[in-house]
Design a protein around this ligand. Structure first.
Ligand code: FES
Length: 254
């Protein structure tokens, strides 16, 4: 957390390792479901944080939810680079999170159905238990499990290592419109936004950005239809002198 008395220099230093945040894009979920994606030690890890109460389907055992950063194509594969995630509630207060891509050929597995006591792949019918364990079908192995932790405030946090975004920030001295430039590798079919909070205790909010250093901040999100060859740059003017800026990936139910 940054002190409000931090100097601009300290803020910039913090920006360098506060890299990204993912949110669920649907309106009803937008403020309550956040997934921090930030460095945790030498390896970058994506941390998806959900408030359980915001998802009624997770309110009881066998509840199942699938979130993704991009749509699922007609071939049943994810359209974007990141895997959809299935979150299941087990007995009591246990939760499981799995990579929804089927180990057989990558189709996106459906959510858990109590009626058949499994998750089923729509392509060749491989079946998996609530915790992702393989039951039968051509997949032959279990779904990848992501570590899940819970806190006393009713949140679960899921570690998704490959959903990390490495953002660098550079001060633009002499540019009164945009004092900072964010640079990161953006992928097609992923919706990015920039979020800001002045204090760690606050909820990050979306802030506008510009695509060039001399244009006004009028963009609220970025969605590329092709993955560029070079890094993508966004130009920002944070609302306050100090705080935490993050590049966010929108998540939604898929
Ligand atoms: S892709 Fe899932 S069973 Fe073939």
């Amino acid at each position: 957390m940054l002190s409000p008395l931090s100097t601009r220099r300290e803020v910039v230093k913090s920006f360098l390792w506060a890299t990204a945040l993912s949110v669920v894009g649907q309106k009803v979920l937008s403020q309550s479901v956040t997934g921090h994606i930030h460095p945790a030690g030498p390896v970058y890890k994506g941390l998806l944080k959900l408030k359980i109460a915001d998802f009624p389907v997770l309110g009881a055992a066998n509840g199942s939810l699938r979130l993704g950063s991009s749509a699922i194509g007609s071939d049943k594969n994810p359209v974007g680079i990141y895997p959809p995630v299935i979150i299941n509630r087990g007995a009591g207060n246990s939760f499981f999170a799995v990579d929804a891509r089927c180990p057989h050929a990558g189709c996106v597995v459906g959510t858990y159905k109590s009626t058949v006591s499994c998750m089923t792949c729509p392509c060749h019918s491989s079946k998996f238990k609530l915790d992702g364990t393989y039951i039968n079908g051509p997949a032959n192995i279990s779904l990848i499990r992501f570590p899940v932790s819970q806190d006393q405030l009713g949140f679960i946090t899921i570690e998704i290592e490959e959903m990390s975004v490495n953002v660098t920030i550079k001060p633009l001295s002499g540019n009164p419109r945009h004092p900072f430039k964010l640079t990161f590798l953006a992928f097609e079919n992923i919706t990015y936004e920039v979020r800001f909070r002045a204090f760690n205790s606050q909820t990050s909010r979306v802030v506008p950005f510009a695509l060039t250093s001399d244009s006004p901040s009028q963009q609220s999100s970025l969605l590329l239809t092709t993955t560029p060859n070079d890094d993508t740059s966004l130009f920002i003017d944070p609302p306050t002198e100090n705080g935490l800026i993050q590049v966010a990936i929108q998540m939604r139910t898929v």
